[in-house]
Ligand binder design. Sequence first.
Ligand code: PMP
Length: 283
Amino acid sequence: RTVYVNGDYLPEDQAKVSVFDRGFLFADAVYEVTSVLDGKIIAFDGHVERLARSLAELGMDMPMSPEALLDIHRELVARNAIDEGLIYLQVSRGAADRDFAYPAADTPQTVVLFTQAKAGLADAPMAKTGMKVISIPDRRWGRRDIKTVQLLYPSMGKMLAKDAGVHDAWMVEDGAVTEGTSNNAYIVKDGTIITRHLGEEILHGITRKAVLAYAAEAQMKVEERAFTLAEAQAADEAFITSASTFVMPVVEIDGVPVGSGEPGPVAARLREIYLDESRKAAV
Ligand code: PMP
């Protein structure tokens, strides 16, 4: 696999970052994940906008223009012959002698991009069977709207899910569901799509934004508000969205079947619309 590191395209075993990189020492870094379908990049503008916002919230600059970032994405797709897959973009505050305080503003950032080929992203079998989740307390930091590389708690959540024989965990805070370990969470009740409102408690999903816009265009009712686990278990449907899963039905929460216990029509329809529309808009 060819990866991008600070201006160079290198075989992955030759790509290196410093042991003093602040991403490694302090999780002082942000990232983005963008999907590729038919060799084209999905929702690129949204991901770059969120990258700029994450960086700005942490007092970091954009490493380069959106156009230059798109060129790197495309180059990696071509060099790695990615038809379906994901592109990861990581930006850290760079390498500096270990100190909590940020280094001088002119310290070069570390910019890394790499691909993951994933056949069957669009035709995921799980879209037909649905996924099962457990609930766990949300123990992440308070600025989840910034897409930092602090992914230890979500990793723990995935392991708890794995140990419980399910696919993911929904996190709960003050009695309400925040989101999945790496996705936004939704329920459907009496035809209304309910998903948590934006704030510092959740990541502002790029897929979420697109899906809610398509839902509104299709005259579906949408409520952006917090919901409880009990509400989710009593819902007609549940689903998640993310760049890597698009729209994926959730059929069981803490062992309780949601609705019929089968993937529901709203999630299926939104998945279809999302895939159609984002393929059309892909770059
Ligand atoms: N929430 C969290 C915590 C995530 O890690 C992700 C995936 N990046 C999402 C939501 C979904 O965001 P997006 O649709 O932009 O992939």
